[in-house]
Design a protein around this ligand. Structure first.
Ligand SMILES: [Zn+2]
Length: 201
């Protein structure tokens, strides 16, 4: 099996996992014939998707994961780290907030992903995309796994996330990277394509 088909198998597992959940929002299951079942089992243990997510939100989520797995070596490492962590993360959506975030309220690791929010990088005068925003929040989950998320102050924690995860992934995706966490501001990108760097009009 090629590495890419292995990666595609992992992404298929997200779909299969959701289809097997009580939400049952997606149809047209792809047979996960090339999924390593040990990884598949782990993915189901790690990623808990909001059962109230809309089909559009889930479609964008899978599109973002596929794009990140296919194009970023660093994201593949990040993803594998999560799969083997023995930890869980709950993923929910907020289409109107204009930013994504991660928190550990109530001891529950939660990513709130805004599928059309991205960073406009000030020093480059260019936009990132919403998929990279999702990868950024995964980076915070990695900080939990590594045991220091709760012990770092806000800004050093953000800059640590940039250095370890966001910036290497941005470079691999051919996107602009931030010189620091404050290098830029949030914008809305084209809805329905988390890989888009085009700002909404
Ligand atoms: Zn952050």
């Amino acid at each position: 099996m090629s590495f890419l088909s292995f990666v595609e198998g992992l992404a298929d597992d997200f779909v299969t996992s959701q289809e097997n959940s009580s939400a049952g929002l997606l149809s047209g299951s792809k047979a996960p014939s090339n999924v390593d079942t040990s990884f598949g089992t782990n993915a189901k243990k790690v990623f808990e998707l909001d059962p109230n997510a809309t089909p559009e939100e889930l479609e964008d989520y899978y599109a973002a994961i596929n794009y990140l797995l296919k194009n970023s070596e660093t994201f593949r490492k990040l993803y594998q780290k999560m799969l083997t962590s023995g930890r869980m993360v709950y993923i929910t959506f907020n289409d109107d907030r204009g930013e994504s975030r991660f928190d550990t309220k109530g001891g529950k690791n939660t990513i709130i992903w805004d599928r059309d929010a991205a960073v406009h990088v000030g020093t480059k005068n260019k936009n990132q995309n919403a998929a990279l925003g999702l990868a950024h929040e995964f980076g915070h989950f990695a900080q939990v796994i590594d045991g220091y998320f709760l012990y770092m102050k806000y800004r050093p924690r953000e800059n640590d996330n940039l250095k370890k995860w966001e910036t290497p992934i941005a470079k691999e995706l051919g996107l602009p990277f931030r010189d620091s966490y404050l290098d830029g501001y949030m914008i809305r990108t084209k809805l329905g394509d988390p890989t888009s760097t085009v700002a909404q009009q």
